[in-house]
Design a protein around this ligand. Structure first.
Ligand SMILES: [Zn+2]
Length: 291
């Protein structure tokens, strides 16, 4: 395989073709290495090094307060810092009994249109979609980020949102973020840099814990509304086009094929292109809070 890559590098293919080919091979190698192997969350959670690192963070942050709790808590990222017409489409995969589906039409559309996107994936979703997840890891258009191990709102004091119980304390929150980050790293060979909690809510204490884990908490500045059952494609399209601007982060979902995310996207993307927007991944850009 190394020889093939060397041959590609020295070939007379145009630079772009060469870059894409090498990226595909690197992604394929990354995923093929873990074929047949699975990440063992329980084993990782009881690993001595893991426990020691967690204890150190708990001790370091023993006096932190929960502070404000919400989607735009101080320290939470919600936009790309840019005045250029760049936007990030982000798609959550939440998991759980009613949230472990896969909108293949939506993902195929992104691939056909060569649209870069950021996928926030939970441990619950990975557990139900093992082979699909490995394929998504192998797609260079997509950046894989962290949607929590058990898809819980992020709290160090047990707050809830929409009836979903949040993490209870720093110990619990650390596991929610770090165990899924390690799981994603195992399959994707790259540790996530961004974490979006369930319901896109976190408190200020969580921002501090995430910082220790070298992850930034990211929510959104454009709410598509695709998560609400029954929302029409025209409504989702309207929500996006009304709020979009330079540096916007749009929140959508890839785990509900029965809803209208794909139907909205096929109409929104041509319109956004017409308006001069370029689709980017979060990982390549500095982020900021909601203004
Ligand atoms: Zn979610």
């Amino acid at each position: 395989m190394i020889k093939i890559m060397q041959r590609l590098v020295s070939s007379s293919l145009c630079f772009l073709q060469m870059k894409n080919s090498v990226l595909s091979i690197v992604a394929f190698l990354a995923c093929s290495e873990v074929i047949g192997q699975s990440f063992d969350v329980n084993k990782e959670a009881t690993d001595l090094n893991y426990c020691e690192q967690k204890s150190n963070v708990i001790e370091k942050l023993k006096d932190i307060k929960a502070g404000k709790f919400g989607e735009f808590t101080p320290g939470i990222m919600a936009k790309i810092s840019s005045s250029r017409k760049i936007i990030a489409l982000t798609f959550d995969a939440c998991g759980g009994p009613t949230g472990s589906g896969f909108d293949s039409a939506l993902i195929e559309f992104l691939k056909e249109e060569k649209i870069k996107a950021t996928l926030f994936v939970s441990g619950l979703w990975i557990g139900k979609n093992d082979s699909l997840f490995r394929k998504l890891c192998a797609e260079p258009l997509f950046e894989i980020e962290n949607h929590g191990l058990s898809h819980r709102p992020c709290s160090i004091s047990g707050k809830s949102k929409y009836g979903i119980a949040g993490t209870e304390n720093v110990d619990d929150m650390y596991d929610e973020v770090e165990l899924n980050a390690r799981q994603i790293e195992f399959y994707n060979r790259k540790k996530p840099r961004f974490y979006r909690p369930a319901a896109a809510v976190a408190d200020e204490g969580c921002v501090s814990v995430a910082k220790e884990l070298k992850e930034k908490i990211v929510t959104y500045d454009v709410l598509s509304g695709d998560a609400v059952p029954g929302t029409a494609a025209a409504e989702i399209k309207k929500n996006i086009l009304k709020k979009i601007g330079p540096g916007s982060i749009v929140i959508m979902h890839m785990n509900h094929p029965e809803r209208n995310g794909f139907e909205a996207l096929v109409e929104v993307v041509p319109e956004l292109k017409k308006q001069g927007y370029e689709f980017v991944k979060l990982e390549n850009h500095p982020l900021s809070g909601k203004k």
